[in-house]
Design a protein around this ligand. Structure first.
Ligand SMILES: [Zn+2]
Length: 330
């Protein structure tokens, strides 16, 4: 084994609602982990301080000195340029704009640091430690409140020119579709995310559709979320099943696009919405099969993400490890 496989890394996952940190060994095991709330509304300094505090806590918890860590990987929600280490913009963290996050963390903690988008980090996490081990060409997608993704080509994450690659949730599926948070219309995530599913269920309920969905939402239409619709569907509610199948159909339209563009060997699907399982994914795969090139569809496998909520923090650590292999350890 090369000596650098002995290295420990510090992974940091900066999300819109929480900060996860972990000391990770090269096998993807977490020696310690820490979770805290992202002080999103308090602003830039408070967010950076929370990251640093969490990093220091997690090192202490593992009884590891910063000098024993080879590198730090930060996976951040939003668009980050891995080359310059700048976080441009983060829809869930509007106070963070054009922040040189990599260099700040590097300077304050005194260790070589790397920055990447959180979904790209999650793709790397699955590649090194999860469902995509051994794959060379695969796409990772996370179906959640939005839709994120990561593209791995020939064993490497494809980040694009400024780090904005893999934003699969913002490919246009319906040119006249609903307005997206990004400003465009009919993005994949406006039709196939958990938020889209809940919105469609609410719309149908308000139109007076016959359904038991409200029984699972304390009778309050505003409390209808994807899990609520799923609960009703499991009890056989036909509107709930219909809304999930419709969302699955749109998941499949996006999958067909990805299959035709990338011809991947594997698509790893994660995120809370994917926990609905067959009710969502069967119509998705059926639609993808009907729409993608036959040969490309036959060549692709689908797998469920294995790392769950730790995919980002493990992926950030994996990114640091991957980048350090190019560099001498300090
Ligand atoms: Zn969009």
């Amino acid at each position: 084994m090369p000596v650098d496989l002995e290295l420990l890394t510090l992974g940091i996952d900066l999300g819109g609602s929480k900060i996860l940190t972990a000391v990770v060994n090269p096998q993807g095991e977490m020696l310690s982990s820490d979770e805290s709330i992202t002080p999103a509304i308090k602003g830039r300094e408070a967010i950076i301080q929370s990251i640093l505090n969490s990093a220091r806590r997690v090192l202490k918890l593992a009884s590891v000195a910063i000098s024993e860590i080879c590198a730090i990987g930060v996976g951040a929600a939003g668009i980050s340029n891995p080359e310059t280490g700048i976080l441009f913009t983060s829809p869930n963290l509007p106070r963070l704009r054009d922040v040189p996050l990599r260099d700040i963390v590097q300077e304050k903690l005194g260790k070589k640091t790397f920055l990447i988008n959180d979904a790209n980090a999650a793709a790397l996490g699955e590649l090194y430690f999860g469902a995509a081990r051994g794959a060379r060409n695969f796409i990772y997608i996370t179906l959640s409140t939005g839709i994120g993704g990561g593209i791995v080509i020939d064993g490497k994450i494809y980040t694009g020119v400024i780090g904005a690659a893999g934003e699969v949730g913002h490919m246009t599926i319906d040119d006249n579709g609903p307005i997206c948070n990004c400003g465009n219309r009919g993005c994949w995530e406006t039709l196939a995310s958990g938020t889209a599913l809940a919105k469609e269920a609410k719309r149908r309920i308000k139109e007076g559709a016959k359904t038991s969905i409200l029984d699972y939402a304390y009778g309050d239409v505003e409390k209808v979320a994807a899990q609520v619709v799923h609960a009703a569907a499991r009890q056989g509610d036909s509107l709930a099943k219909e809304v999930i199948a419709r969302t699955g159909y749109y998941v499949g339209v996006g999958l067909a696009n990805l299959i035709n563009i990338f011809n991947p060997e594997l698509i790893v699907i994660g995120g809370g919405l994917s926990n609905i399982g067959d009710m969502l994914l069967e119509p998705a795969f059926k639609t993808a099969e009907a729409r993608a090139y036959k040969e490309a569809f036959q060549a692709v496998h689908f797998a469920s993400a294995e790392l769950g909520r730790n995919s980002g923090v493990l992926g950030a650590a994996a990114f640091a490890l991957q980048e350090m292999r190019k560099l001498p350890c300090e």
